[in-house]
Design a protein around this ligand. Structure first.
Ligand code: IVH
Length: 664
């Protein structure tokens, strides 16, 4: 056998072993034997680069070459499902379908997996592309998806259509999630709130070798294409199973509403034993012909609905309430609880949000309280079991003074939170601002973390963010737990942060309500810190999406001489306070001289992105239709009055796809 033939043989064998292990859960060889074959393949592939194959099993180990994701358009838009928490609405859905179809139908009941959605495209039996949905992660993540062992790179048999898409959910199993968070805790890295965030965060990584180490899984639930084998959604997935896909086998076809409710009731309890997170049940009309009959609304199919489970709750005792002061001075009450098991983790603390919530719950120390996990790490208290009160403890009263610096707390008009306004001297505010400043999305200063910031602050080395830039290696090298190498790294990291672009410096300042997106918009409009510092209210609110609240906060920030002084010190240090010249290399004049109105709901890009695209290609985005309008870029559900006006004035209507072709 030649080496080339051996490569082909190994590829085939390894694909099969992968499938046996990850899809069927029935390995035929040991892990060691598998690794040995893989190494043999990798060695041979290295010797024969001319025989490279994008879908070789060796591609699953990922690579540490950083890759930027390109954006791709979906052939079929990735829509969401209508959601409900109510059984009555499930009945309404069933009745609506029955009435519209006026013939027998089946409902396919499946789990609603709580991960991040993915669309896989296969051509001639090979995985050619993996694309995420527009929100969250965006774009082509093929290299990362190839590391997921249960996704076939090459299909089995012959019965598959020449080209098709299969959609599903990428998930991080509970066990992997818990292990990952344990490791992150040990390394003092921020924890993932839930397996969903962990999965989508992992899929976004630019280094596919790390993705490979995170052990993601995929459950596929939707086949799309022009030449599918059957009319039934369920039957198509059964076929796909034969091609090597991992298809959840919990799916059931139901004929009656009662069967649907039985399924829901069973899985509401039983789902806790599944290896991955689920948050509901999806009901789909099974026949594709009937699905086409029912059609879509602008956002979701009329042939499907998601019934969402109520979040899990636990009952436990409230021992005391403590208060945390954040970087903005906002004071958050935290409930300290008797430890209790909730959705897979032990809960000891819960957020109480603000004084009104405490008042609304009529909370007393010693109360038995219901805790619930939302999307965040910290669970919240949603109720009190008043019948369980035997002896009534002290009523929880919100504090009047800052627990950290003793200043009197204030409450601003229209806001729920109490604030400590002593921002120049209240330790958690000072430290919190510095922590925000150095964080990844802000100045991204490596080697610094909350603990080192605390240490530098305790030692009197830093009092605000500008102090970072006067630190020298000799100032910190002798501190406890600091070595020469880490000291140098920190100073190097600080030095490098002087290259961070203006928009991120602006975000890093931590001005209230100025998050990443707002900072970008403001930086684009003002181009320099000086121009921004001199702006008045009117000029600020003229920026798209900047309202009075954000504008006032910016004005307040620059009205404070301490802040202005600090910015001067940043300037002296060499931090960038001006925007770069814009990169215009991909600009064209394809839309030069055109006035374009945007209207409706879009699938491929957001409205803002379309606005940018128009400007990039020399056009002008205008608000209302007139005889001067060149055309209307129209998505779904364009308003009827706009449509009428356009027709009256003879203004052309251009669809999303046509528009994208125009600027291609
Ligand atoms: S079907 C056109 N089935 O829920 C409908 N979606 O809100 C296509 N999801 O984006 C989706 N489990 O990420 C479908 N069994 C399931 C699902 C499921 C989870 C997710 C999916 C989708 C979102 C819809």
């Amino acid at each position: 056998m030649t080496e080339i033939e051996r490569i082909d043989q190994l590829r085939e064998e390894l694909h099969r072993h992968n499938y046996n292990y990850y899809v069927l859960n029935a390995p035929e060889i040991t892990d060691q034997e598998f690794d040995k074959l893989m190494r043999e393949l990798q060695d041979l592939e290295e010797k024969h680069p001319e025989h490279r194959d994008e879908n070789s099993p060796s591609m699953r180990v990922g690579s540490d070459i950083n890759k930027n994701f390109t954006q791709v358009l979906h052939k079929y838009p990735m829509l969401s499902l209508a959601n409900t928490y109510s059984e009555a609405e499930v009945t309404e859905f069933y009745d609506r379908v029955k009435k519209a179809l006026n013939e027998d139908f089946e409902i396919c009941c499946e789990m609603k997996y709580d991960g991040t959605s993915i669309s896989l495209t296969y051509e001639n039996g090979k995985l050619v592309r993996a694309v995420t949905r527009g929100d969250g992660v965006q774009g082509d993540v093929t290299d990362n998806v190839k590391t997921i062992r249960s996704i076939p790179l090459v299909l089995h048999g012959k019965g598959y259509p020449e080209a098709f898409e299969i959609r599903g959910e990428i998930l991080m199993p509970w066990m992997v999630f818990e292990e990952l968070n344990k490791e992150r805790e040990a390394r003092e890295e921020p924890l993932f709130a839930n397996p969903r965030n962990a999965a989508s965060g992992t899929l976004k990584l630019q280094n596919s070798a790390i993705v490979a180490s995170r052990k993601l899984d995929a459950y596929l639930y939707y086949l799309l294409g022009d030449h599918l084998p059957c009319d039934g959604h369920y039957e198509n997935l059964k076929e796909a199973e034969k091609w090597g896909f991992k298809i959840p086998d919990l799916t059931r076809k139901c004929k009656t509403l009662q069967e649907v409710f039985d399924f829901i009731k069973y899985w509401d309890v039983e789902r806790k034993n599944l290896p991955v997170a689920t948050d509901g049940i999806v009901l789909k009309v099974n026949s594709l012909r009937q699905q086409r009959n029912l059609g879509f609304t602008a956002k979701s199919p009329r042939w499907a609905i998601a019934y969402k489970f109520q979040a899990e709750q636990a009952l436990t005792r409230l021992n005391k309430v403590t208060y945390q002061v954040g970087r903005t001075g906002a004071v958050t009450p935290v409930a300290n609880l008797d430890p209790v098991q909730l959705s897979g983790t032990v809960v000891k603390r819960a957020s109480l949000h603000n004084a009104d919530i405490i008042e609304g719950l009529d909370l007393h120390i010693g109360d038995m309280v219901y805790v619930e996990k939302g999307g965040e790490i910290i669970p919240k208290i949603v109720g009190v079991d008043k019948d369980a009160r035997i002896m009534i403890g002290d009523k929880v009263k919100f504090i009047t003074h800052c627990p950290e610096c003793g200043s009197k707390l204030v409450r601003y008009e229209g806001e729920a939170a109490y604030y400590c306004t002593n921002d120049a001297a209240c330790p958690p505010q000072i430290k919190g601002k510095i922590e925000h400043f150095i964080s990844r999305k802000a100045m991204n200063i490596d080697g610094l973390g909350p603990e080192t910031i605390d240490q530098f602050y305790q030692e009197g080395l830093i009092h605000d963010v500008a102090d970072l830039y006067i630190l020298k290696t000799s100032d910190i090298i002798n501190l406890e737990r600091m070595g020469e190498k880490s000291a140098e790294n920190i100073i190097k990291g600080i030095e490098q942060s002087k290259e961070v672009p203006f928009e991120r410096v602006l975000f890093a300042l931590g001005i209230r309500f100025v998050g990443e997106t707002v900072a970008k918009k403001v930086a684009k409009s003002f181009k320099s810190m000086d121009a921004l510092a001199e702006a008045d209210l009117e000029r600020l609110i003229s920026i798209d999406e900047i309202g009075e609240k954000i504008a006032q906060s910016i004005l307040l920030y620059f009205a404070n001489p301490n802040n202005r002084g600090m910015i001067e010190r940043l300037r002296v240090a060499g931090v960038r306070l001006e925007a770069d010249e814009e990169d215009t290399s991909d600009h064209t004049d394809k839309l030069a001289g055109k006035s374009i109105v945007i209207s409706g709901v879009f699938t491929h890009h957001s409205r803002d992105e379309y606005k940018e695209l128009i400007e990039k290609h020399g056009g002008k985005n205008v608000g209302s239709i007139s005889s001067k309008t060149s055309f209307i870029l129209a998505g779904d559900n364009m308003g009827p009055s706009k449509l009428e006006k356009a027709q009256k004035l003879g203004v052309a209507i251009v669809s999303e796809e046509e528009f994208l072709q125009m600027i291609e």
